[in-house]
Design a protein around this ligand. Structure first.
Ligand SMILES: CC(=O)N[C@H]1[C@@H](OP(=O)(O)OP(=O)(O)OC[C@H]2O[C@@H](n3ccc(=O)[nH]c3=O)[C@H](O)[C@@H]2O)O[C@H](CO)[C@@H](O)[C@@H]1O[C@H](C)C(=O)N[C@@H](C)C(=O)N[C@H](CCC(=O)O)C(=O)O
Ligand SMILES: Nc1ncnc2c1ncn2[C@@H]1O[C@H](COP(=O)(O)OP(=O)(O)OP(=O)(O)O)[C@@H](O)[C@H]1O
Ligand SMILES: N[C@H](CCC[C@H](N)C(=O)O)C(=O)O
Ligand SMILES: [Mg+2]
Length: 472
C-alpha cells in the first residue's frame, strides 16, 4: 500500500493498465493502444470493484462512487505513479540504460557479467532475460512496461543490488515506459533502419532514441558512439555529461583492433592490450562501450580490462557450434540489414578462404517490411549459398514475406538463393544438402528465441537445437 500524488489521501493497493487485473483498491489507467482503447473497459473495471480511474478522455457517465482523474497522457501518468508507488527504486541504484538499433542486449549482458566479476550485486533487464543477481525472471519485452519495470527495479533494491543495466527500446521511449526512471548513465550504440512499422519514418525513429538522452539528468553520463553518423546528434540536447567512444574518430575512449579471428579480438584500449573472446568489429565497439561505462561508473581501468578478457558472448549472439565433417554453425540474432551485413563481413574476415558461407535467414511478419529485400540482397552478396526461410511469420503469409525478400536479390545472384519456407527444413537443407565438409552455416535472425510465432501461436523452436539435430 502507498499513496500517490494523483489520489491524495487515498491508500492505493494496486496499479494496473489492463482491465483484467482491476479489482477493489486498484487504480486503473485507461490507455489508448495500437489494438484497442483502454477507455472502452471502464464499465468492466467498475463491475470488478475498481473505482479509481485515470483517463485521457472523460467518460460520458461517471458513477457517483468513482474518483476519476483526467490527464493529458495516461502512459506518462502511469510511469510517474509506478515510480512513486514503488518508492523511486531507480534513485537507489546506479542504473545504466543503452539504446541503439543493434548491440543493446550484448552490451547490457556484458556489463552485468563484468560488474558481477568486479564484486557488485547487479540487476539485468534485457530482451533475452531479466536477472536479479542469479535469479532469472523471464523477459517479455526488450524494455518492460512502466509498472513491471519499477517493480523489477524495486526487487533489485530489496535484493541489495547496487547496479542495474537495462535496454531502452525506441518503443519504450515513445510509450513513456522509462519516464520518471532516473538513470546514472545512458549509452548510444548505433542507429540503422528498423521498426519502421512502428515509427513510420527514420527521422521519427532517430527522434525516439534521442528522447532518451534529452531526458537524462545533469548528474548522469551520456556516452555515445562517435563513429556512428548520428552519434553526436543523440547528445545535442542532453543535460548529462557528454562522452564519446570510437575506433575511428577522436573520442574520450578509443580502441584499436590489433587482430580479429576465430579465437577472439585482440584490442588496444588506453595503451593497454586486452584479449577478448568475442569476435568481430561490432563487438570491439560493444567492448569499448562497456569499458568506458565502467570507468565512468568509477571502476579502475586495469581491473576492468582483466575482467573483460574473461567475458563470453551473450546467448544467441555469434554462438558457434561445431558440426560433423568439420562443418561450423553460427547462430546469431542479426535481424536487421546492418546486423546481417556486420555478421557476414565478420565471418568473411575470420574464415579460411576454402570455407564457403551458407546463410539461412528470414524476416519477421508484422514488422518493418522494408528490410526484407535488403536483407535477402545482403545475404546473397556475402554468402556462397542462401536459404531464405521463415522467421516468426506472426499473422502474415510466410510465402508473401519470402516473395518480398526474393525480390531484393539481383538477377546475377539469384542462382545462389534457395527458398524453403519451413525453418527446420531450411536449416536441414543448408546443413545436409548445401554445406560441404568445412563450410560455415550461419543461421540468422532468432538467436536466443525458443519459439516460432505462426498465426499468434508460439511453437517450440530453437535454432541451436535444430542446427545440432541437423549436424547429428
Ligand atoms: C506496439 C507496442 O509496443 N505495443 C505494446 C502496447 O500495446 P498496445 O498499445 O497495442 O495495447 P492494446 O492491446 O491496444 O491495449 C490498449 C490498452 O488496453 C488495455 N486492455 C486491453 C485488453 C483488455 O481486455 N483490457 C485492457 O484493459 C491494455 O492493457 C492497454 O493498456 O502496450 C502493451 C502493454 O505494455 C505491450 O505489451 C505491447 O507490446 C506488444 C506486445 C509488442 O509486441 N511490442 C513490441 C513491438 C515491443 O514493444 N518491442 C520493443 C522493442 C523490441 C526491440 O527492438 O528489441 C520492446 O521494448 O520489446
Ligand atoms: N555494436 C553492434 N553494431 C552492429 N551490430 C551489432 C552490434 N552488436 C551486435 N550486433 C549484431 O546485432 C545482433 C543483435 O545484437 P543485440 O541482441 O545485442 O542487439 P539489440 O540491440 O539488443 O537488438 P534488439 O533490438 O532486437 O533487442 C547481433 O546478433 C549481431 O549480429
Ligand atoms: N525485437 C525485435 C526482434 C525481431 C526478431 C526476429 N526474430 C523477428 O521476430 O522479427 C522485434 O520485435 O522486432
Ligand atoms: Mg535486445
Amino acid at each position: 500500500m502507498a499513496q500517490i500524488t494523483l489520489f491524495p489521501g487515498i491508500e492505493i493497493q494496486h496499479l494496473c493498465f489492463d482491465s483484467r487485473q482491476a479489482k477493489a483498491g486498484s487504480v486503473f489507467f485507461a490507455i489508448p493502444g495500437t489494438q484497442v482503447d483502454g477507455h472502452s473497459f471502464l464499465p468492466q473495471v467498475y463491475a470488478q470493484g475498481c473505482k479509481l480511474w485515470v483517463v485521457e478522455k472523460a467518460p460520458a457517465e461517471l458513477p457517483a462512487d468513482v474518483t476519476c482523474v483526467q490527464v493529458s497522457d495516461s502512459n506518462q501518468a502511469l510511469a510517474e505513479a509506478a515510480a512513486e508507488f514503488y518508492g523511486h527504486p531507480s534513485k537507489k541504484l546506479k542504473l545504466v540504460g543503452i539504446t541503439g538499433t543493434n548491440g543493446k542486449t550484448t552490451t547490457v549482458t556484458l556489463l552485468f557479467e563484468l560488474f558481477k566479476r568486479l564484486g557488485h550485486r547487479c540487476g539485468l533487464i534485457s530482451t533475452v532475460v531479466n536477472k536479479i543477481e542469479d535469479k532469472i525472471i523471464p523477459s517479455t519485452h526488450t524494455t518492460p512496461d512502466a509498472l513491471s519495470l519499477n517493480a523489477l527495479l524495486a526487487d533489485m533494491v530489496t535484493a541489495g543490488c547496487s547496479h542495474a543495466f537495462m535496454e531502452v527500446s525506441s518503443h519504450a521511449v515513445v510509450q513513456k515506459r522509462i519516464h520518471a526512471v532516473q538513470f546514472s548513465g545512458g549509452i548510444f550504440s548505433n542507429i540503422t533502419r528498423d521498426h519502421l512499422d512502428f515509427h513510420e519514418t527514420f527521422d521519427e525513429y532517430i527522434k525516439a532514441k534521442k528522447g532518451f538522452f534529452d531526458a537524462l539528468p545533469a548528474t548522469a553520463f551520456a556516452l555515445t558512439n562517435v563513429d556512428d553518423k548520428r552519434g553526436m546528434v543523440m547528445l545535442q540536447n542532453t543535460a548529462a555529461k557528454k562522452y564519446g567512444f570510437g575506433l575511428l574518430n577522436a573520442a574520450d575512449f578509443k580502441a584499436k583492433i590489433i587482430s580479429n579471428g576465430v579465437g577472439g579480438l585482440q584490442l588496444e584500449i588506453d595503451h593497454q592490450q586486452v584479449h577478448a573472446q568475442l569476435i568481430g568489429t561490432f563487438n570491439a565497439y560493444n567492448l569499448l562501450g562497456i569499458y568506458a561505462a565502467a570507468l565512468l561508473l568509477g571502476e579502475e581501468s586495469h581491473e576492468v580490462l582483466v575482467q573483460i578478457s574473461a567475458l563470453k558472448t551473450a546467448p544467441g549472439r555469434f554462438e558457434q557450434l561445431a558440426g560433423s565433417q568439420n562443418k561450423m554453425g553460427i547462430v546469431d540474432y542479426a535481424h536487421t540489414p546492418d546486423a546481417l551485413e556486420n555478421v557476414l563481413k565478420t565471418i568473411q574476415a575470420i574464415r579460411d578462404k576454402s570455407q564457403r558461407i551458407i546463410t539461412v535467414v528470414g524476416c519477421g511478419g508484422n514488422r518493418d517490411s522494408g528490410k526484407r529485400p535488403i536483407m535477402a540482397e545482403l545475404a546473397a552478396k556475402y554468402s556462397d549459398s542462401v536459404v531464405l526461410t521463415s522467421d516468426n511469420p506472426r499473422k502474415e503469409d510466410p510465402e508473401l514475406i519470402l516473395d518480398q525478400m526474393e525480390a531484393g536479390v539481383p538477377a546475377a545472384l539469384k542462382s545462389k538463393v534457395h527458398r524453403v519456407s519451413d525453418r527446420k527444413e531450411g536449416i536441414f537443407y543448408a546443413v545436409r544438402e548445401l554445406a560441404a565438409s568445412g563450410d560455415i552455416i550461419l543461421v540468422a535472425g532468432k538467436g536466443h528465441e525458443n519459439y516460432q510465432d505462426i498465426q499468434g501461436v508460439k511453437y517450440d523452436f530453437d535454432d541451436k537445437l535444430v542446427l545440432g539435430e541437423a549436424f547429428s
